[in-house]
Design a protein around this ligand. Structure first.
Ligand SMILES: CC(C)(COP(=O)(O)OP(=O)(O)OC[C@H]1O[C@@H](n2cnc3c(N)ncnc32)[C@H](O)[C@@H]1OP(=O)(O)O)[C@@H](O)C(=O)NCCC(=O)NCCS
Length: 210
């Protein structure tokens, strides 16, 4: 089950926010945050037209995150209003379940005051205490300075860059920077690399190449 203990943070603006696991009743608040971020059009892969989910569908989506041990959805609440969302989703395939991607979305007027950092701390604590999750990715547009700053502050390092991957508009492309971090790198250091198996050859037959 994807959940954390609720935690109150004091932001650099002196505002107090509660970071907690999202509940189905948060659906409307979460939709409001997502629309605010998508309307900005600058930093997300999605635009408002991509987000057509109803409140009922959002409720079901939240419940899926609550029920699945490899997924986590957090909200930050200020004075009872949802102002930010963190989603972590692992892969459904057996060999990829140990890794997943995290997204953070914060209302425009709540940024640059440590809220992303607060959500990152709560989310990372969950990852480190979840034996299922070993590696976390963030996918960030190269133009998203604030998000890249948050990733680096949280210890993520650039692993790959997909050039001209997102078409922002005619003749306008952004790179996607893929950053990652291992949950427990000391455990990984003890794992020997897998060696490549030699190709099977029947009766000593030699492979022929055209
Ligand atoms: C990206 C985002 C999650 C960052 O959250 P935030 O609350 O604004 O960030 P924080 O205040 O916690 O700052 C974290 C780091 O971001 C960087 N940062 C924050 N504000 C910045 C600004 N105005 N300019 C440049 N870098 C900035 C800094 O590196 C900062 O670290 P520092 O505190 O050591 O200086 C938030 O701005 C957001 O939701 N943006 C729109 C959606 C998005 O881009 N999501 C990311 C895709 S995963």
């Amino acid at each position: 089950m994807g959940s954390v203990d609720p935690c109150t943070y004091t932001l650099s603006s002196n505002e107090s926010v509660l970071v907690r696991t999202a509940a189905p009743d948060d659906a409307a608040g979460i939709i409001h945050v997502m629309k605010d971020v998508f309307e900005e059009r600058d930093y997300h892969l999605s635009v408002p037209d991509d987000f057509k989910g109803t409140e009922e569908e959002q409720q079901a989506w939240i419940q899926k995150f609550i029920d699945d041990p490899g997924k986590l959805m957090l909200v930050a609440e200020k004075d009872g209003v949802v102002v930010a969302v963190l989603e972590f989703e692992n892969d459904y395939r057996q060999r990829m379940k140990h890794r997943g991607t995290v997204w953070i979305s914060i209302l425009r007027d709540m940024r640059s005051r440590d809220l992303g950092t607060a959500l990152g701390i709560s989310g990372w604590r969950w990852v480190q205490n979840n034996p299922l999750i070993e590696k976390v990715y963030m996918h960030v547009l190269h133009t998203n300075t604030r998000s890249l700053g948050l990733c680096k502050k949280m210890g993520f390092v650039e692993e790959a860059r997909l050039h001209h991957d997102v078409k922002l508009g005619p003749g306008q492309y952004a790179d996607v920077v893929i950053l990652s971090q291992h949950a427990r790198p000391h455990e990984l250091a003890q794992v020997p690399p897998v060696t490549a198996p030699s190709p099977a050859r029947e009766n000593g037959a030699v492979e022929k190449h055209a």
